[in-house]
Design a protein around this ligand. Structure first.
Ligand code: 5AD
Ligand code: SF4
Length: 406
């Protein structure tokens, strides 16, 4: 979501006549630019500290009297708001993720003659993508379908930083996907914090399964439709059969489970259990036996006992994921679980994470073996810049890149 926001921000800035500096090292880039924009993500780790480190050199330029504008966007901006201006007074604009489409307005009002610092963090209606994002790939593209999240998982910053759910209309999504297809794109990934919530804010309500069917049947030229990410509490039979049966929709399920222990799941406020999660997996395996199944998992959530952790490993054994995104719990600002006393020590978290990652790699390897000796269709992204005999392809949802000799 954050990468997609960056592409949209870049498009907006280009519309203002700004040009991106081609510089692989952001710190060096910040030494030459007229506008420095840092788009932040605070889902895990110490995002705030990283931001202060990045702002150091550009703030120093400004203190020397150089004419440079500084914009901080994204979830840290939303979370910290005005406090950021107190900490780094050289910042011109602090803007939350809901303001991506308005960066030009905000930047102008901060930099015009007589302008003033701007903090844009109030909840607002998201502006549709008026300008074209500057996309990072020529064959695969992100397409937002729903912004925000109405869940209240006790570890997660998203509801606080991205606000309440706002679905885009099916028609405007279709238009964007059709334009991408016309421009030669082969694959789209539909984005939402919780795609299963798609359309529940409309009257009459719409559903994700309806959207998949609508895109599958009405877009000419797109070959692959993917999504990220879903919520086991809401994942419906209709979505399973849409993914299993629609020809353009990749048979790849991304279903974060976060933990295999019912008590931990309750404390995370996830609204499902080991058994109810497995019921969904079993339906998927019945309806789409060859589909890949991916997930997200957190270890070391407050109060996670050794037995609870073992149940997470048990769930992994029961599913055998093709790919898992694995995380150590990170206490985040303004989230409930961060305040609980039964935090797990870092060394225990990292020990559990390593154990879990070993098992996850073992399962992924076992799952990949089903392709041995098979001829499969792949999406070629580009040639290897270092070796033109090789092309780069992406596999499954989680963008594993492979080089294949041609
Ligand atoms: N600590 C660790 N992992 C987290 N995630 C979200 N919040 C946290 C946190 N506080 C993980 C979840 C989610 C993924 C995007 O990031 O697994 O599915
Ligand atoms: Fe965060 Fe996902 Fe839970 Fe929403 S559903 S609060 S985005 S973990």
């Amino acid at each position: 979501m954050n990468v997609s926001d960056s592409e949209r921000l870049e498009g907006e800035l280009q519309n203002m006549g700004l040009e991106k500096i081609v510089e692989t090292n952001p710190k060096r880039g910040a030494l030459n630019a007229d506008v420095v924009l840092v788009n932040t993500c605070s889902i895990r780790d110490h995002a705030e500290q990283k931001l202060y480190d990045q702002l150091g050199p550009v703030a120093a330029r400004k203190r020397k009297g150089e004419d440079v504008a500084v914009v901080v966007a994204g979830c840290v901006a939303q979370q910290e708001g005005e406090a950021l201006l107190r900490r780094v007074p050289e910042i011109d604009v602090v803007m939350g993720p809901q303001y991506v489409g308005r960066v030009n307005e905000l930047l102008s009002s901060a930099t015009e003659r007589g302008g003033h610092q701007v903090v844009a963090t109030d909840p607002t209606l998201i502006m549709e993508d008026i300008s074209k994002p500057i996309r990072g790939s020529k064959v695969r593209a992100w397409v937002n379908i729903i912004y925000g999240c109405n869940e209240h998982c006790t570890y997660c910053v998203v509801p606080g930083t991205r606000g309440i759910e706002q679905s885009r209309t099916m028609e405007s999504i279709l238009e964007e996907v059709q334009t991408l297809a016309d421009d030669g794109y082969k694959e789209v990934t539909l984005l939402g914090q919780n795609i299963d919530a798609y359309g529940r804010d409309f009257t009459p309500k719409r559903s994700f399964a309806e959207l998949l069917t609508y895109l599958n049947n009405n877009v000419e030229g797109i070959e692959r439709i993917r999504y990220v990410t879903s919520h086991p509490r809401y994942f419906s039979d209709a979505v399973i059969s849409a993914i299993a049966n629609l020809d353009k929709v990749c048979e790849c399920f991304h279903l974060p489970f976060q933990s295999g222990d019912d008590e931990v799941l309750k404390n995370m406020r996830r609204g499902y259990t080991f058994d109810s999660y497995m019921r969904i997996i079993n339906k998927i395996k019945t309806q789409a036996p060859d589909a890949s199944i991916c997930g997200d998992v957190i270890v070391g959530f407050p109060g996670e006992t050794e037995e609870a952790f073992q149940r997470t490993l048990d769930l992994m054994e029961a599913v055998k994921f093709d790919n898992l995104n694995t995380f150590a719990y990170s206490p985040r600002p303004n989230t409930e679980a961060a305040l609980w006393e039964d935090q797990i020590p870092d060394d225990v978290k990292s020990e559990r994470l390593q154990k879990l990652q070993r098992l996850s790699i073992q399962h992924a390897t076992e799952r990949s073996e089903r392709y041995l000796g098979e001829v499969v269709e792949v999406l070629v992204e580009q040639t290897n810049p270092k070796n033109s005999d090789q092309v780069m392809v992406s596999k499954h949802l989680d963008i594993e890149l492979l080089f294949i000799r041609i």
